[in-house]
Design a protein around this ligand. Structure first.
Ligand SMILES: N[C@@H](CCC(=O)N[C@@H](CS)C(=O)NCC(=O)O)C(=O)O
Length: 204
């Protein structure tokens, strides 16, 4: 098994899960400044020119949440993908929310403007997009904070890939100056999550 990534953004949750499950998985580090995402070899794996990407015995998978599901479902004994219908639906709800709102409309929008554009040589940040991302962050962080109140993990007492997905974005959100610390339940939950074995500590 092989992961192609750089240790930031959407790759943090995937790396954390790989290490939490102690998987035997090679990591090939990508350098987007050098254009590793544009080589014919990489484009054949991931035509989106994005990371992370997983390769397992000829099977290629992109989209970090699909990768989280694949790794967790290969190890059902760890319980990170629930076995009951309501638990599965609850996890899917958070994976969809992460992709559509937490990443694309808020944390990811701000980090694309503040960090990725410089790496990709796409010009200066656009203040209008940053402002929109910050506004959306306030909206969605409040939803997450409320959902976490009186719970150990996102769907309740069971740690699942929903925690790896949503929590994986937190380090880059903090690095981009988004006020995670203003949300006590998120702060409490992320402290617990980042103390798990395998959580990548040096990532941004
Ligand atoms: N929905 C995708 C998002 C992937 C994504 O946007 N990755 C960023 C790094 S965090 C990237 O590769 N950006 C390069 C670009 O947008 O061109 C996922 O979850 O895998």
């Amino acid at each position: 098994m092989k992961l192609y990534l750089f240790p930031a953004g959407r790759a943090v949750g995937v790396l954390a899960l790989k290490d939490h499950l102690a998987l035997d998985c090679e990591v090939q580090l990508l350098d987007f400044r050098r254009g590793d995402q544009l080589t014919p070899q990489y484009l054949a794996l991931n035509p989106n020119k994005k990371m992370p990407t997983l390769e397992d015995d000829g099977f290629v998978l992109w989209e970090s949440n699909a990768i989280l599901f694949y790794l967790a479902a290969k190890h059902p004994e760890k319980g990170l993908w629930p076995s009951d219908l309501k638990g599965q639906a609850d996890v899917l709800r958070w994976l969809a929310w992460e992709s559509a709102h937490w990443d694309a409309e808020s944390c990811g929008m701000v980090s694309y403007e503040k960090a990725s554009k410089a790496v990709l040589g796409l010009g200066p940040p656009d203040p209008a997009f940053i402002a929109r991302g910050e506004q959306n962050f306030a909206r969605f962080a409040a939803v997450l904070d409320d959902a976490l109140a009186s719970k150990t993990w996102l769907i309740g007492e069971q740690l699942t890939i929903a925690d790896f997905s949503v929590g994986g974005v937190v380090p880059s959100a903090e690095a981009m100056g988004l006020p995670i610390g203003d949300y006590p339940e998120i702060t409490r939950w992320y402290k617990r999550l980042s103390a798990l074995s395998g959580w990548p500590r040096a990532s941004v």
